[in-house]
Design a protein around this ligand. Structure first.
Ligand SMILES: [Zn+2]
Length: 305
């Protein structure tokens, strides 16, 4: 059931983006929003995975007030859905974690379980303490003392916080050193400086993604040794941005909606002061804004300008 929603929402998100980029009339977008409103019960995982909240939130600034209004309503509804789920089952983690076949990437592990389960570990030394010493590595492989010491350095950088097997790490360390040596042409000061810089970046606690990507081969040794400190940093920043975006998407969405719920307005039907509103410039800039209201208590809707 969850998968069905996921696919449906993903598909609609794509169609909406396409309609926007293609300059399609508001009516197409309204139709898609209407489908979402009627057919989808939101939960946090769904919102995160499909990133639909980001798409819909943008639409709240749409120039067509009808689109802006419908998007706002949709966000309110989803916010309620998520709120209800949280209240009714505190163990929201109990929702099935299966995914649509091949259409979505697997969910990231829940925060707080960063280190792999001991049973899955490929290597038994405490990852925080790993080095050429704990792993009893013979790094004297090139016949050149300086180069061998640099391989040792790369090994220590790559092994830190890793659970890969020593042979794999040593292989990568050798490849990185060989690439750096080839590029420098000798064991010059520039070469040594480069190796120290690579080591520091590999061991950086704030940039674990770099180490993993070098070890997995996602960053080839030849590429790695040409990366500037800034490029490695930007990798770190990108990973951090992605993480923050995922974590904050839902809360950001909620925050925006809450901002637009006002006690200033009173519902004429139920007399409650729980009115969600959004404003839009309907015609030209010198005409007054139109305010669209929805009572969060009884659902009554109205507008004024
Ligand atoms: Zn009302």
């Amino acid at each position: 059931m969850a998968n069905q929603y996921l696919r449906q929402v993903e598909e609609h998100g794509k169609l909406i983006t396409k309609a926007l980029n293609g300059g399609e009339p508001s009516s197409s977008i309204l139709k898609l929003l209407g489908d979402l409103k009627g057919g989808v019960r939101a939960n946090e995982e769904l919102l995160r995975q499909t990133r639909i909240g980001v798409t819909i939130n943008r639409l709240r600034q749409h120039k067509d007030p009808a689109v802006a209004k419908m998007s706002t309503e949709l966000v309110s509804k989803w916010r309620e859905d998520v709120g209800k789920l949280k209240k009714s089952k505190p163990s929201a983690a109990g929702t099935p974690k299966t995914h649509a076949n091949g259409t979505s990437s697997p969910a990231p592990p829940p925060s707080g379980t960063a280190s792999p389960a001991p049973s899955k570990r490929k290597h038994n030394v405490d990852p925080a303490k790993r080095s050429h010493k704990t792993d009893k590595i013979d790094y004297n492989v090139t016949g050149d003392l300086t180069r061998d010491n640099c391989i040792r350095l790369m090994y220590d950088g790559l092994a830190f916080m890793s659970d890969e097997l020593p042979d794999e790490i040593l292989g990568t360390a050798r490849n990185v050193e060989a690439a750096a040596y080839k590029k420098a042409g000798s064991t010059s000061d520039a070469y040594k400086q480069k190796m120290r810089s690579l080591f520091q970046n590999l061991k950086s606690k704030s940039n674990p993604g770099l180490r993993k990507r070098v070890l997995s081969g996602a960053i080839a040794p030849e590429r790695f040794v040409t990366m500037s400190h800034d490029e490695m940093k930007s990798d770190e920043r990108r990973a951090e941005d992605e993480r923050l975006e995922k974590e904050n998407m839902n809360s950001a969405m909620v925050a925006q909606v809450e901002k637009s719920i006002s006690k200033e307005f009173q519902c004429s039907k139920c007399k409650q002061r729980m009115v969600s509103y959004s404003q839009a410039q309907t015609r030209s800039a010198d005409e007054p804004m139109t305010t669209f209201c929805e009572c969060m208590n009884c659902g009554n809707r109205w507008k004024f300008s």
